[in-house]
Design a protein around this ligand. Structure first.
Ligand code: NI
Length: 164
């Protein structure tokens, strides 16, 4: 079920989200399914639970390849719960947008390679390494869990309408 985005000035979007402590619950399954529905409907590549008004540390992302990042291989549909970045290397700037801030984009510096840990949808421990656009998505979504929007870290922002 698709859910509504909370408004960009909602306090929850600027709050520290809570660690998820219970796994294998029907509520978590429903949240994850709804996050994918909402992200795909908006043709996004990532979504964090606070964007739909849920103050829990859950992010989802996927990328099927294409114009947004032509040099990037597809990224499998992923759920990360309580994610933490444990290492950051490099720095690169690129454009970012956010489903919570339509009509805008920003030129944002991010680490180019990250190591992360977290939990999967059943509470299993996950760890991984991500580079480039993949690493950028994860950093953007984890920032949402800390109440940070890309506009807080962008070098500059400008009006932008995504091509349809
Ligand atoms: Ni965002």
């Amino acid at each position: 079920m698709r859910r509504q985005f909370i408004s960009a000035d909602a306090p929850l979007l600027r709050a520290m989200a809570h660690d998820m402590e219970r796994f294998e619950s029907s509520a978590l399954d429903a949240l994850i399914a709804d996050m994918f529905d909402t992200m795909r409907h908006s043709r996004g590549v990532g979504l964090a639970a606070p964007q739909i008004g849920v103050s829990q540390r859950v992010i989802v992302f996927e990328f099927q390849g294409g114009d947004r990042a032509p040099d990037t291989a597809p990224i499998a549909s992923t759920v990360l719960i309580n994610p933490v970045i444990t290492e950051r290397e490099g720095r690169a700037e690129d454009w970012e947008g956010c489903l919570s801030l339509p009509g805008l984009r920003g030129w944002v510096p991010r680490a180019t390679r990250i190591h992360y840990i977290g939990r999967g949808r059943n509470g299993e421990r996950l760890r991984g390494v991500a580079e480039g656009f993949h690493a950028r998505i994860i950093q953007h979504e984890i920032d949402h869990l800390d109440g940070v929007l890309y506009t807080d870290v962008a070098i500059r922002t400008e009006p932008y309408e995504r091509p349809s």
